[in-house]
Design a protein around this ligand. Sequence first.
Ligand code: TXA
Ligand code: MG
Length: 327
Amino acid sequence: MAFTRRTTHVAPATAESIAAAAACLRAGGLVAMPTETVYGLAADATSDAAVAGIYAAKGRPTFNPLIAHVLDVAAARRQGAFTPEADKLAEAFWPGPLTLVAPAAPSCRVSLLARAGLDTLAIRVPAHETARALIEAAQTPLVAPSANRSGRVSPTTAAHVLADLEGRVDLILDSGPSRHGLESTIVACLVQGPTLLRPGAIAREAIEGVLQAPLAVRDKATRAPNAPGQLQSHYAPRARVRTEATDVESDEAALDFAGALAESAAAARLDLSPNGDLVEAASNLFAYLRALDETGAPRIAAAPVPHRGLGAAINDRLKRAAASREA
Ligand code: TXA
Ligand code: MG
């Protein structure tokens, strides 16, 4: 799909720039907004034309549906039909980095294009004050995928958004680096019961603690619901990524964790968390992948990261970054 060439403005998030952004959204424009997870590319969720603009700007396949962002649980319930488990999770984690997939409600106003024609809907209530102010001012649900070109690493700063989408979006609101640095955790609450579709900024253990039951995991063999965006090769930097590295080869830059590769002679080395803190590592992951890519190294060696807590989502993104793009 061809994109419309636009003049991209970047503005610090202030009352004035948020009001201008809301006017732009109501007129069908595209605005990159900070959220607590990553920067999102927002459009009016009820407008097919605006939503089509998102797919074109990102170069995103239209079979990959978008997340609707609303202000509170009441607004979410107008769009989706919540099971008792969904209610429990919404109560525990909203506003915050959890996305729930629910059957679309009869009163759902989110464009079918944004839902990729599905009869379900992904919804989240963000916590970031700029995102919240923007939804409130726009007076409509906003669909917002991560504000990167399709297949690239998600942006955690306004500069990352500009690098990927300059000339393709109308306005970028800058509120500094994203707090979590990883996308929201996605849980489907459909007839099958709660199923983890994407590990993310809320650890699976925390969700299971609230449900007091283990989450099912998406499994093609059991035909559990799928997050269509979970393509094998995703979150890909230009450099090839080698995971679970215990050494660094001469053409590699090092993505370290807790100093495991500190002794290596790597030309460039960034440590996700010298103290082995998974929350800190998550918040640095995408920015460091981009920074190592910019050194021009053809390959990146990534140190092992523990799989517990947020480590599950970090390992998921590293695995996708490493997946061959030739397939
Ligand atoms: O943290 C986040 O979730 C960020 C911020 C901007 O909110 N957004 C984000 O959106 O990561 P995106 O588009 O990059 O990822 C959305 C994921 C995709 O994998 C998509 O396939 C899945 O959500 N998804 C959307 N609607 C779905 C549905 N009805 N059923 C299953 N998966 C769905
Ligand atoms: Mg994305």
